[in-house]
Design a protein. Structure first.
Lengths: 657, 153
């Protein structure tokens, strides 16, 4: 019964979305206030009905309703509750429902918080957002209906892929989708502005919070996914340049670029057409990501539902929205001419460099991801493009970005003096070089990657601190530091986060130690500065798996440190073995131990890694997301969003970015 | 073909798990072993999805790892060992594609695009620095009305 209600609610939401797509758009064109105003209740109702549909599906998973095909294929009665809930989106149909739920959620949010928008722009934004909804509602209803019943329900389900039964991964897709789909809001704003035929500073201000929010969610989603890969896949890799990872990374890069170019639109009324183009492309890449994951064009660890028919449908959606928006862009772009004038050395130039580097980096990832397909179709060559290529082709852009970041971030708007900014950064630069040289001297003979990473990281982090400090003026600086607008703190935090992540990735890659051996019980062995002893191996039983668990004692300089318990799990229903690495997390390094098979001499294969700075990668990502959050909470967004507290705004002015 | 590969990968995963680089594969000479590890990271496990043979648990990856080591022990240089394997398994096995034939496009794509981006960006900046500032545009009637509305509330 609840299932049928959910199905019905989904169809209703689809119909509402169609109305919301057509009526406000007509209203905005004809200037009929009543028709335009329909967008708001429609957006909210659309969200409410989609939420009912999603709730109904979730209830079917929670209550293990095996009369539903989807539940049978992806759940099992013995599965822990968390994964029953997460199972709702751990499959193609459910994840599409989550996708469309978030489209509706953002539409509803825009209708609630968009009070200050001009009525025509608001109507058009909500109408475009509804059009995206319509496309995906029809995709779900016609090709991937999650509410299909079985005539003869089986006794129990087939279980969720055990690799996905993990808290890190349970929340990875929702965050990622919030990010992907959050970019749909930016897209809607861009297309609405194109229809409207005008882009101004106000538009830049309205669009920035949505981009910022999407970027924050993408950052957290990608971070969670990478963290999951690190501890779950069993060899401590954190980024594989897998097509699906790239699919989430490309929108992230473009969203980061968009975030910065929207500042230029807001402050200086320049880069308008570029910002619109970025907004279209960023969402376009989100759709490409969806297409890659679901079409089976590029196989990867993540790909579920490799179905050509669905792939074609998504390709049509992708072509319609990106192609249509780009066409509109080509017709209207010349109407958006830049207004602000600025010198070659200025913050604006810095942000242009930022955008060029981020966009080209994204292009490299895109080209590399699709090249195997192109090469096979056009040149009849079957080849692979893997991590070694991406590391080589992509990293230089990040190095370049890190090099110019502190300088660009401190240049004043309009016209600056390069000499003056460089002079302000002279100590920071010297210190960063010294740190890099020190690392190079200590490590003697290993790759130069570590020292370069340390230099870049220190340069970016200390540069961000200097930037903050320079904003405090001449007197009473500490007190002023804490009165700086949150956007300033957000900027410093996000930039520092990037620096930390760059340093951590370089350090981990350069200074990792690994060891593979057959460990015999009670025979200690050394890895780096640690002494490990395999104490014993036993069998254990989990709720839906059997595990082989090893006890390994770790000593450091003779003192007992910890006992690690790596596991090997076998999920009988899903018929799949997984490894559960045991990790001793510390600030400076992780000790990562994996247990393998028993050998003929009675010993066990043990792989040990000492991974320096591993936590810093995710710490840096979190700091980036936190910086975004700080910036998002800056009062100028709240004040400007409602445009109600005009008196309050007049006496503060706009804080410098 | 793709489906076949997937099936093979799945079967390989279902068989008793064998973990990446086994202790019995490791060469006694640490210098040779280090070279083998570096080469392994550039070779694709043919039945896996986007994994190098250094990371992969599949039987075929193990065979390839042993082959790499065999070649190195036999006195091959890194390049000789790699071309030996490419001759046997095709260029699909390389995770870092060569820059031969149309592949130069892949390698040049980034630098070329950077040049284009720098050109367009530089042109835009030059243009902006020379432009004369535009005088402010006045509000139109609808905007004036809206401003009055906002000021009232």
């Amino acid at each position: 019964m609840i299932t049928e209600l959910g199905h019905f609610a989904l169809i209703l939401a689809f119909l509402i979305a169609i109305v919301q797509m057509v009526v406000p758009l007509m209203g905005a064109h004809k200037r009929w206030p009543g028709w335009m105003a329909l967008a708001e209740p429609a957006a909210q109702a659309q969200f409410a009905f989609t939420a009912i549909a999603f709730g109904a599906l979730m209830w079917a998973f929670i209550s293990s309703d095996f009369s539903l095909l989807l539940v049978v294929q992806n759940s099992h009665s013995a599965k822990p509750m968390l994964y029953k809930v997460a199972g709702t989106w751990g499959n193609h149909e459910g994840s599409m429902l989550l996708w469309v739920l978030i489209v509706a959620l953002f539409g509803a949010l825009a209708s609630v918080f968009g009070g200050g928008l001009p009525p025509t722009l608001k109507a058009r934004v909500l109408s475009v957002q509804a059009a995206i909804g319509v496309a995906f509602f029809s995709f779900i209803l016609f090709t991937s209906n999650p509410f299909l019943r079985l005539a003869v329900p089986p006794m129990d389900g087939e279980d969720l892929n055990p690799l996905l039964q993990d808290p890190g991964l349970a929340f990875h897709p929702p965050f990622l989708y919030l990010g992907y789909v959050g970019l749909s809001m930016t897209f809607s704003f861009a297309v609405a502005a194109l229809i409207e035929g005008r882009v101004d500073a106000a538009w830049g201000r309205w669009v920035r919070p949505w981009t910022l929010a999407a970027w924050i969610f993408l950052t957290i989603g990608i971070g969670l996914g990478s963290w999951w890969a690190y501890y779950e896949l069993g060899w401590g890799g954190f980024w594989f340049w897998d097509p699906v990872e790239n699919a989430s990374f490309m929108p992230w890069l473009l969203a980061a670029a968009l975030l910065h170019s929207a500042i230029v639109v807001e402050k200086r009324e320049a880069l308008k057409s570029w910002t619109i183009l970025l907004a279209i492309l960023a969402f376009g890449f989100s759709l490409i990501g969806t297409f890659i994951v679901r079409s089976g064009l590029l196989t990867s660890v993540h790909a579920f539902a490799n179905d050509p028919e669905r792939g074609v449908y998504i390709l049509i959606i992708l072509g319609f929205f990106t192609g249509g928006a780009l066409l509109l862009f080509a017709l209207r772009a010349q109407a958006m001419e830049a207004k602000g004038v600025f010198g070659l050395v200025s913050r604006e130039s810095g942000l242009v460099i930022n955008n060029v580097l981020l966009a080209v980096a994204c292009f490299v990832v895109f080209f590399g991801t699709l090249w195997p397909v192109v090469a096979e179709m056009a040149f009849d060559r079957k080849l692979s493009v893997g991590p070694p290529f991406f590391n080589l082709a992509f990293s230089p852009f990040m190095v370049g970005l890190g090099m110019v970041l502190p300088i660009g971030a401190m240049l004043p708007w309009k016209r600056g003096k390069l000499k003056r900014t460089l002079w302000q950064l002279r100590f920071v630069f010297g210190l960063a070089v010294a740190l890099g040289a020190l690392a190079f001297a200590i490590q003697s003979g290993r790759s130069a990657l570590g020292p370069i990473g340390l230099f870049l990281g220190a340069w970016v982090v200390m540069g961000a601190c200097t930037d903050l400090w320079m904003r405090t003026g001449k007197s009473n600086r500490v007190a002023r530091l804490f009165r700086l607008p949150r956007a300033d703190w957000g900027k410093a935090a996000a930039h520092s986060g990037l620096g930390i992540t760059i340093f951590a990735i370089a350090g981990l890659t350069a200074w990792e130690i690994d060891d593979i051996r057959v460990a015999e019980v009670n025979k200690p062995f050394d890895v780096g500065a640690y002494e490990l002893t395999l104490k014993g191996v036993g069998q254990e039983r989990g709720p839906n798996y059997f595990a082989t668990v090893a006890d390994i004692d770790v000593r450091h300089k003779g003192a007992f440190l910890t006992t690690l318990r790596p596991e090997k799990r076998d999920y009988p229903v899903a018929r799949m073995p997984t490894t559960e690495a045991a990790i001793d997390y510390r600030i400076t390094r992780d000790l990562y131990v994996v247990i393998g098979d028993q050998q003929s001499n009675g010993g066990w294969t043990v792989r040990t890694y000492v991974k320096p700075l591993a936590n810093w990668i995710w710490g840096g990502s979190l700091l980036m997301a936190f910086g975004g959050l700080l910036s998002l909470s800056d009062r100028r967004f709240r004040v400007a969003a409602g445009a109600r507290k005009t008196a309050e705004r007049s006496n503060t002015g706009v804080p410098a970015e | 073909m793709k489906r076949l590969l997937t099936t093979v990968a799945l079967l390989a995963a279902l068989a008793t798990p064998i973990w990446a680089v086994q202790p019995d594969e490791v060469l006694d000479d640490p210098a040779l072993e280090a070279r083998a590890r570096v080469l392994s990271k550039d070779l694709r496990c043919l039945v896996c999805r986007n994994e190098s043979i250094d990371e992969s648990n599949a039987e075929l990856a193990r065979d390839l790892r042993l082959l790499v080591r065999e070649r190195l022990v036999a006195g091959d240089s890194d390049d000789e060992a790699m071309s030996y394997i490419v001759n046997r398994y095709g260029e699909y096995v390389l995770l870092r594609p060569t820059a031969t034939g149309a592949n130069w496009l892949l390698w040049a794509a980034g630098p070329l695009m950077l040049l284009i981006g720098a050109g367009v960006g530089g042109g835009f900046l030059r243009n902006r620095s020379k432009a004369t500032p535009e005088t402010e545009t006045l509000l139109n009637d609808a905007e004036k009305q809206r401003l009055a509305e906002i000021m009232k509330s």
